[in-house]
Each structure stands twice: as C-alpha cells, then as structure tokens.
Design a protein around this ligand. Structure first.
Ligand code: ADP
Ligand code: ADP
Ligand code: MG
Length: 450
C-alpha cells in the first residue's frame, strides 16, 4: 500500500480515532498540536508529533501552510483531516496534491461541488434525487428568492450556500419579514463563512433528519452502509444519533439509499461520504438537503452496526485500493445509538464549560464503545468545539441499546466541569424518545417544557 505514514490534521477524539485505525493498518502516525494541546491524548498516542503554533484555530489547525510544512518535515505520505477544520476545504485538498501528499478524502473537485449547497442541490436534481424545493434554486438575488418563496409558500427556510455546523439558517414565517431577514442573514453569513450567497427552501415543520453513509473507491465501485437518524437536535446541531431509523419504512430506506448512491455516482465521488435527507413525517416523503464530503462525528453508529471500520476504508481508498466489500456483504445487526457528550452546562442554556477534568471513569462492558480523548487531569481548552466524548451502544433491538446507553451514561464519571451527561440520561428515559415520537424541533420546543 502506498500509505506508510500519516499526519493527522486534527485534535480530540477524532485524532485519536484516526491514530487507532492507522495503528491497526501498520501505518506510522504524526500528530499535530497547538500550544493548548501539548498534553493531549492524540499527542501521546501518535508515534511522532509536531507543534503547529498558538491555540487559535486560525493560527494552527486551520493554518494550511504550517500543516503542509509539518507534513513535509515529517515526510508523511498522506494527511487525514478528520472532521471540521480543513476537512471540507477544497483549497487545502488541492494544496496537498501540489505538495505530493495524499489527502485522505475525496477529490478537491468533489469537495468544491458539494461544498456549495446550491451546486449540490443542482447535482441532486440532475441525478434524479428528490430535493426540498425543485425550482429555481440557483440565485442569491433577493427578487428571485422572494418569487421562489411565494411559489412554495411560507414558512420558508433561508440557507447559506456555504453554511455548515447548523449555522447560517433562518426560518421566515411570512412575506413581510423576508426582506429584513434576507439582509440580516446575508450579513451574518458573510461574516461567518466569508460568502453571503443564500437560497431558499420549503421549511418542513414536522421533520426527521435521516442520512445515508456511502463508501466509493476510485474506480466507481460504491456501497451504502444504511442510514442514521439524527433528529435529536438543538439549534440544527445533532446531539444523539441512531441506526436504523425507527421511523422510515423499508421502502423509503431502499429509495433513500439508492438515491444516495445515484448522487455519489453522478458526481464521481470517492472516499467515505454522507448524503443527508430531510424526511417529512406528514407526507412520508424524503428530500436531499446536503452532502458531507468527510467522515462524520456519528460514523461509529454505522461501524458498530455493520462491523466495518470506515476510517480504515477511507485510508485504503485514498491509497488506491479497490473496495473489497460488496453490498450483499453488509449486514445490519440490531440497533446502535450514539450520545455526544459536551463540556457544556445544560442547566445554563448549554454554556461551554472548559476546565480540568477530575476522576474520569469511562463506561465499558457489553455493547459499549467510548470514543474520547479525555483522561483525569486533562484540561478542556476553551478554544475548540465542546464535544469531549461519544458513547456508542448497541443492542439486539432499540430498547436494549437504550438500556445500555442509560447504564453507560450512569457509569461515566467526569468531575470538575459540567457535562451533558445528565441531559442525555433524562432524554433517553423520556416517553416520547422511547416511542420515537418526535421531530427535529422537539428538544427545543417540547422536551424542555415538559
Ligand atoms: P456531523 O454531521 O459530522 O455531525 P457537524 O455539522 O456536527 O457534522 O460538524 C462536525 C464538526 O465540524 C463539528 O465539530 C462542527 O462544529 C464543525 N463544523 C462543521 N461545519 C462547520 C462550519 N462550516 N464552520 C465551523 N464548524 C463547522
Ligand atoms: P448544516 O450544513 O448546517 O449541517 P443542513 O442543511 O444539513 O445544514 O441542515 C441542518 C439541519 O437543519 C437539518 O438536520 C434539519 O434539522 C434542519 N433543516 C435543514 N433544511 C431544512 C428544511 N428544508 N426544513 C426543515 N428543517 C431543515
Ligand atoms: Mg448537515
């Protein structure tokens, strides 16, 4: 295989996850770390490490030149970007190529095409995949957006073409507010993403988020690994994910997974990727919303259900290997759930809570996987995402996975800072969660008001 040494351009649990996959493949690893991450687990676990500067992401983990020069100094064959940071940056992917370093992910072209959500929607339409609003998406001109909004009817959702992480979205309830919201959202989006391009979509009020994991090699061979239901959200960000989706029919599952494969094929995609859909609970229809051209936070849900190591597959695909798994080989065993544990205080509107961790005891036992970079004495820095751990449980059915999750959350001991562990414990014992009777707005609109 052409990849013998990998630099991991990330931090936290995903850096640790990638190091583990590399070790199992016999690949040498190089960690990068900012001044705030000197004592991190990913630095301790990697074979080698290199400092990339001050804590602010823009100075270190997002600094393309520093990362490339670290990769050259350490003479790596490839860079794995993880998720977030540079994972969906087509310029960085291009820069790796120019520097003769293998980027473990899709082509720069695919990142660029799918990175702009308007382009992605146009590709989906061309591939025959259902989208939320089928007409006239491609324009950020106000008059055009207004005409489209009139046509589809209010409420509508204003979205940023280059949005991500649940940011850059605004629900507009009536025509009178459109101009004002358009101007404000455009300004906000320009500040966050450096690009103010907006589009409008029908706002689906009673919705679930269901996404499909795909894997394609560089020779056009592709498979799907089923779906994940990520409808437990706060501010359009996922808090808990599970598979299989408890609410879709076998027929929708087949249509959705086939749609994901069609889209990936249409754009010549390779590597791991996720095609995201919105399911309208009332009409029992599904629509493409975006594609993430990277490994996702919730990838372990699929791994524990199928037994396939998605990070290893990503590396093998980048190395030019052919997929050795066929669709018929994929079996889905039981049910899996993931809870994202954040260093946030649920009692104080989820305010981030950096600080020193004491007495960390991660959960274990049957059907429990813990992905974390935390340990006793570790200090959560204030500069980065507040997710500190993911707990993934499996069971022969959903109820067993829930029971195990409760037991695992109960075992998970973290002192010194507030975390979202108590929130998750309450959540998974809620009657509506247990019966899967909720939509993407449930946490914000009902769960807290019960
Ligand atoms: P996933 O579908 O993998 O859960 P998320 O949207 O939660 O994806 O994003 C994964 C990570 O990347 C999170 O840490 C999130 O904060 C970050 N992220 C994703 N897109 C952006 C963006 N455009 N700007 C800032 N952070 C982002
Ligand atoms: P991001 O790039 O931030 O992940 P997405 O387009 O994937 O943005 O949307 C994030 C979330 O916003 C979805 O999971 C869903 O909860 C909500 N959402 C997006 N589009 C719609 C829509 N048309 N109607 C209702 N909810 C939507
Ligand atoms: Mg998304």
């Amino acid at each position: 295989m052409g990849i013998n040494k990998v630099l991991i351009a990330n931090r936290g649990e995903i850096a640790v996850r990638i190091i583990r996959a590399c070790k199992e493949l016999g690949i040498e690893t190089v960690a990068v770390y900012s001044d705030a991450d000197k004592n991190s687990l990913h630095v301790q676990l990697a074979d080698d490490s290199i400092n990339i500067g001050s804590p602010l992401p823009i100075k270190s983990y997002l600094n393309q030149e520093i990362i490339i020069s670290a990769a050259k100094e350490k003479q790596v064959d490839a860079i794995h970007p993880g998720y977030g940071f540079l994972a969906e940056n087509s310029d960085f992917c291009e820069l790796c190529k120019e520097s003769n370093i293998n980027f473990i992910g899709p082509s720069a072209e695919a990142i660029k095409n799918m990175g702009n959500k308007i382009e992605a929607i146009n590709s989906a339409i061309a591939a025959g995949v259902p989208v939320v609003t089928n007409t006239n998406n491609k324009s950020s001109d106000f008059n055009h957006i207004q005409a489209t909004a009139d046509e589809i009817g209010y409420p509508v959702l204003l979205k940023a073409a280059s949005g991500g992480g649940g940011k850059g979205m605004k629900i507009v309830y009536n025509k009178e507010n459109l101009q004002e919201e358009f101007t404000r959202t455009k300004r906000e989006v320009e500040a966050v993403f450096g690009d103010g391009e907006l589009y409008v979509e029908k706002y689906i009020k009673n919705a679930r988020h269901v996404e499909v994991q795909i894997l394609f090699d560089q020779y056009g061979n592709g498979i799907h690994l089923g779906e994940r239901d990520c409808s437990i959200q706060r501010r359009h960000q996922k808090l808990l994910e599970e598979a299989p989706s408890p609410i879709i029919s076998q027929q929708m599952r087949e249509e959705m997974t086939q749609s994901a494969l069609k889209l990936a094929k249409h754009v010549g995609y390779f590597s791991a990727g996720t095609v995201e859909f919105i399911v309208d609970i009332d009409t029992k229809s599904f629509y493409f919303i975006e594609m993430n051209t990277r490994i996702q936070v919730e990838h372990p849900v699929t791994e524990v259900l199928t037994g396939i190591d998605l990070i290893k597959e990503q590396i093998l695909i980048a190395a030019g290997e052919k997929l050795t798994i066929e669709q018929k080989d994929i079996k889905f065993l039981g049910h899996a759930i993931e809870c994202r544990i954040n260093a946030e205080d649920p009692a104080k509107n989820f305010i981030p809570m950096p600080g020193k961790l004491e007495n960390v005891i991660p959960p274990g036992g049957p059907g429990v996987r813990t992905d974390t970079a935390c340990f006793t004495g570790y200090e959560v820095p204030p500069f980065y995402d507040s997710m500190i751990a993911k707990i993934i449980t499996t069971g022969k059915d959903r109820q067993e996975a829930i029971n195990r999750m409760y037991r695992a959350l109960d075992e998970f001991n973290v002192e010194g800072i507030a975390t979202t562990i108590p929130f998750h414990k309450e959540l998974i014992r809620d009657e509506d969660f247990i019966t899967s009777n909720y939509n993407t707005r449930w946490i914000e609109e009902s769960f807290y008001n019960e």
